[in-house]
Design a protein around this ligand. Structure first.
Ligand code: 28G
Length: 644
């Protein structure tokens, strides 16, 4: 190429602009990668990987390897064509240097095809470079090996030819170390990268992605390679569910220059799990592509049900909600110039996507239903059941609404409420079992602590239809006690307690009951978790008595620590608590309920991993708890993927 022979200008206006661009990134990193938290840190990896994925989508790369190095630097290797090394005529520097030092506006790179790293922060490699202590790139191309290094975005030396490679060999290798003066946290989390890379592999069929952790003591590695693409994604999401029928539907087509791919399958559960993507980027808020999918689904199933007399003329249409009950689906579109809307810029706005998805799905789903009448029948039957249940649930809900309107807010009989009326000072303990509930009622501080005992295992809301859920005494009691209402009626200003504290036995059953309660809250009033109102109480595991002195230990490690202090001898009386019931009210107060001494775990929602809901804990300790009490559970992941 002629421009390749052009001489690089020495230090022109272009380079000054480059430096100013990257300085801007370092000054306001949040503007480019969302945040400088752990989320932003991981985002750097996705930016680099997305460039390799683009090369795969262009048809030139089949494998990507991501390595977490011992110093928490990251190496990404692809077997694509290798970033071009010829001089870019506009910038006067090699194309690869353009990629790493010039701030791109994002969007398409030219030359046709889709630039996947558009999206929310599709900012490219130069932003990663600017936010890295150092970055090095190696390129194999045309039998040669090239290398260049940058520090905090600044080029260290001109692109170097440092060796040779096989004529048939090519690819790009990038290693970067995030700048610790910019990121709050520079330690990579293997599981976070694993989840995202798995998702990327599902969305790019045929591409093999390997993640390797080489950090000492936690060495591990995993490869993702799905020839079935999003079909296998649905299979994966339904892996621990009972599928309603064996086939996974798959529709694919191109309309209005929008590439559409949809896969779906129903399971016997009641919630819908629909994930949508635009150019491989998750769109948790949906948008036009999701609307197109929903419209087509509703219309096609109603048309089918009517023309096959599965719905009588006198019966109303199936609602979209009824048809989507238990549906797991992936909607993936590739579009040239995606427009993102809404507060968080995560909602697709392009109207051509609505029509494209709708027409691909209508056409191919109609055909599928005709070819697979028994599957069609199964889905329509389930939808009709859902419709009836929804009708029953509506009646039940109307009834409870009317009741409260007539009688005022009638609190559940089992609730021992607190006397304080200012919700910000109040807390409610949801206690497993009537006997522990009794102790808690005696133990509590009446002014600010309310107790709601629940009997046995509460209903699993993942496995029941709405009408049964509304009819469940335990669930009704929680809804009325909290005061907020649920779903569309939810109103946080009506919350009657600042803290909702789940108190269960410190054993497997207790953990299961806590999970069921959290699942209920997550599905019906997620804002309570998002706004940090939900906690788990942490009862002690051991009581140690020695010479009339008492210690409580909340973990095995802590018991060891106490024993090391007081000495291991025959005067020690150690009791292992099997349940809350073994504690008398006074002990329960001292160890688990006294705000000064108790330990609470605050339940957090991790919204980063969209297909895997993640609830995690923060340990909050009473003011007087000695610092030696450290808990492994502090950051323990709790309910990883509620869909399991
Ligand atoms: C390993 C970590 C991340 C990449 C390529 C390959 C090409 C490329 C990348 O072009 C666009 C084109 C020329 C300026 C394209 C190679 C065409 C022909 C490529 C990566 C703009 C960039 N040959 N592989 N970029 N250029 N892998 N992996 O980043 O004009 S980025």
């Amino acid at each position: 190429m002629a421009e390749e022979n052009k001489k690089a200008n020495e230090y022109g206006a272009d380079q000054i602009q480059i430096l100013e661009g990257l300085e801007a990134v370092r000054k306001r990193p949040g503007m480019y990668i969302g945040s400088t938290s752990s989320r932003g840190l991981h985002h750097l990896v996705y930016e680099i990987v997305d460039n390799a994925v683009d090369e795969a989508l262009a048809g030139f790369c089949s494998e990507i390897e991501v390595t977490i190095n011992p110093d928490n630097s990251i190496t990404v290797i692809d077997n694509g064509r290798g970033i071009p090394v010829g001089i870019n005529h506009k910038a006067g520097i090699p194309a690869v240097e353009v990629v790493f030092t010039i701030l791109h506006a994002g969007g398409k790179f030219g030359g046709g095809g889709y630039k996947v790293s558009g999206g929310l922060h599709g900012v490219g490699a130069s932003v990663v470079n600017a936010l890295s202590d150092w970055l090095s790139v190696e390129i194999r191309r045309d039998g040669k090996l090239y290398e260049q290094r940058y520090e905090r975005g600044h080029t260290c030396y001109p692109l170097k030819e440092i060796g040779t490679c096989g004529e048939d060999e090519s690819g790009t290798k990038v290693t970067f170390k995030p700048d610790a003066t910019i990121f709050e946290d520079v330690v990579y989390d293997y599981d976070t990268l694993k989840t995202r890379l798995r998702e990327t592999a599902f969305l790019t069929k045929g591409l093999k992605i390997t993640l390797i952790d080489t950090r000492e003591g936690i060495e591990q590695e995993k490869s993702f390679h799905y020839e079935g693409g999003i079909r296998e994604f649905v299979e994966y999401l339904n892996r621990s569910k009972e599928a309603l029928y064996p086939s996974i539907m798959y529709f694919e087509g191109k309309k209005n220059n929008v590439l559409v791919e949809v896969s779906m399958q129903h399971n016997d559960a009641y919630n819908e799990s629909i994930y949508s993507f635009v150019n491989n980027i998750n769109t948790p808020e949906g948008g036009t592509h999701l609307e197109g999918f929903r419209n087509a689904l509703t219309k096609t199933f109603n048309d089918y049900a009517r023309s096959n007399k599965l719905l009588k003329d006198s019966e109303p249409n199936l609602s979209g909600e009824d048809i989507r009950e238990g549906l797991t689906a992936i909607i993936s579109v590739k579009i040239e110039d995606p427009q993102f809307e809404g507060q968080t810029k995560q909602k697709l706005g392009n109207s051509e996507a609505r029509g494209a998805v709708s027409s691909v799905v209508s056409e191919q789903l109609t055909y599928f239903l005709e070819q697979n009448p028994s599957v069609a029948r199964t889905i329509v039957d389930k939808s009709i059941l859902a419709q009836r249940a929804r009708e029953a649930a509506r009646k039940a809900r109307d009834m409870t609404r009317r009741k409260t309107a007539l009688e005022g807010t009638s609190l559940p009989g089992k609730l021992a409420d607190c006397s304080e009326k200012d919700p910000s000072k109040c807390e409610i303990y949801i206690v497993e079992g009537d006997s522990a509930g009794g102790s808690a009622k005696t133990a509590r501080s009446r002014a600010t602590q309310a107790i709601l005992p629940l009997r046995g295992k509460i209903l699993n809301v993942e496995k029941a239809r709405l009408d049964r859920i509304y009819d469940n005494a335990e669930i009704k009691a929680m809804i009325t006690a909290f005061g907020t209402g649920i779903h569309d009626d939810f109103d946080i200003t009506k919350l009657r307690y600042d803290k909702i504290i789940i108190m269960t036995d410190a054993d497997v059953d207790g953990a299961h009951i806590a999970t069921l309660m959290l699942t209920f809250i997550y599905r019906f009033m997620p804002e309570l978790i998002k706004q940090g109102h939900v906690y788990l109480a942490k009862p002690p595991l051991y009581k140690l008595e020695k010479n009339r002195q008492i210690w409580y230990a909340y973990s095995d490690e802590e018991l060891d620590g106490i024993l090391a202090e007081v000495g291991r001898d025959t005067n020690n009386k150690i009791q292992r608590y099997k349940g809350l019931g073994e504690m008398d009210p006074e002990q329960l107060w001292e160890t688990t309920m006294d705000p000064e001494r108790r330990i609470l775990l605050r339940v957090n929602m991790n919204e980063e991993e969209e297909s895997e809901v993640d609830l995690t804990f923060n340990t909050l300790m009473g003011d007087k708890v000695e610092p030696r009490r450290e808990f492994i559970e502090r950051n323990a992941k709790f309910v990883k993927n509620l869909d399991i």
